[in-house]
Design a protein around this ligand. Structure first.
Ligand code: PSU
Ligand code: MN
Length: 315
């Protein structure tokens, strides 16, 4: 752990010990809890997610900011508090962290902010549902998620189910290429589109085993090449939604967002909530199951990463 940051970090003892010993740890974000899913499913899912990480041999580390403290690992009561507070907790990305901490406030961390705090604590693998990207119309509005720049600079591998098609997936991938972020397809040739198994866009590298993913990630850091590897893992077939149905819902949500003038950091939470409402919870079931699938893969990668890193230290 970086001495400079230790003063602001609260790492649960079990997690601190695992990091210290080079054992597998998987970081998890909290905006998905407060802004990504409704209560109480969000809290139930967050607990289930932690259980799946454990069942696959790693220690879960859910990350958030509470009363100005950077929390790595949350108690059951803290998870419940975040889930109940929902949209009342500040969505916290890179730019917000110093202000939430200096104000002693609570913050639900996005992919970008979770990566930063995970890296401070020494965690190398992080799992979520979907990452942010270039919004549709983003070429003009310049609404590009801070997640993309974070992926180019912070050394944490991110497992996700691709991007929701609320985003312009093609432009998001162009941006990642420019930023030097490799997009890996875990057992797939095409980038998944969150609810759907494929966006049609090719991945940079298809990798079929957790060990091969871990090897490339470790090598990247051994070579001193900063930034993430985006590991995309398609939603399990049985939970995938019909792309045309979901497209219609997304289009309606985007039209409503524009007519209400919603922009900036409110855009993504608005779209997520609208889509969940409009699909009568069907999309929520898909969302939950793809997250569970991602954390399982992330835990398997973390186990392999830990083995390889320990072996290379000894060797
Ligand atoms: N996309 C999803 N689910 C989510 C998010 C994005 O499918 O929960 C959340 C994540 O926390 C992500 C953030 O980091 O939204 C991106 O927000 P913005 O587009 O404002 O950067
Ligand atoms: Mn944005």
């Amino acid at each position: 752990m970086n001495e400079l940051n230790a003063e602001y970090l609260d790492v649960l003892p079990e997690i601190a010990q695992a990091i210290e010993n080079g054992q597998p740890v998987v970081a998890l974000e909290s905006t998905i809890i407060s802004h990504g899913m409704p209560y109480p499913k969000n809290v139930q899912t967050a607990r289930e997610v932690e259980a799946v990480v454990r069942n696959n041999g790693a220690v879960p580390a859910t990350i958030a900011i509470l009363k100005g403290r950077l929390k790595v690992g949350l108690s059951g009561a803290e998870l419940d508090y975040l889930g109940k507070s929902g949209l009342n907790v500040t969505k916290t990305s890179r730019r917000d962290i110093p202000f939430i901490v200096s104000g002693g406030k609570d913050g639900a961390t996005t992919v970008a902010a979770t990566m930063i705090i995970a890296a401070m604590a020494g965690i190398r693998i992080f799992a979520t549902g979907g990452v942010g990207g270039v919004h549709r119309g983003g070429a003009l509005s310049m609404d590009v998620s801070a997640d993309l720049d974070e992926l180019s600079r912070t050394n944490v591998g991110v497992v996700c189910a691709g991007m929701k098609s609320i985003l312009d997936i093609g432009r998001s991938l162009e941006y990642l290429e420019t930023a030097g972020v490799p997009v890996v397809g875990y057992q797939t040739d095409t980038v998944p589109a969150f609810y759907a198994r494929s966006s049609g866009f090719p991945v940079d590298y298809r990798i079929d085993t957790p060990q091969e993913v871990a090897k490339a990630l470790l090598l990247k850091y051994q070579l001193g090449i900063d930034g993430s590897v985006l590991i995309t893992n398609p939603v399990p077939q049985e939970y995938a939604l019909d792309p045309q149905d979901i497209e219609k819902t997304i289009d309606e949500a985007l039209t409503e967002m524009d007519s209400r003038g919603i922009t900036g950091k409110e855009a993504t939470p608005f779209l997520l909530a609208r889509i969940a409402e409009q699909t009568d919870g069907e999309s929520l079931e898909t969302n939950i199951n793809l997250v569970l699938n991602n954390v399982k893969v992330a835990a398997m990668i973390a186990v392999e990463y830990s083995n390889l890193a320990l072996a290379s230290k000894q060797g």
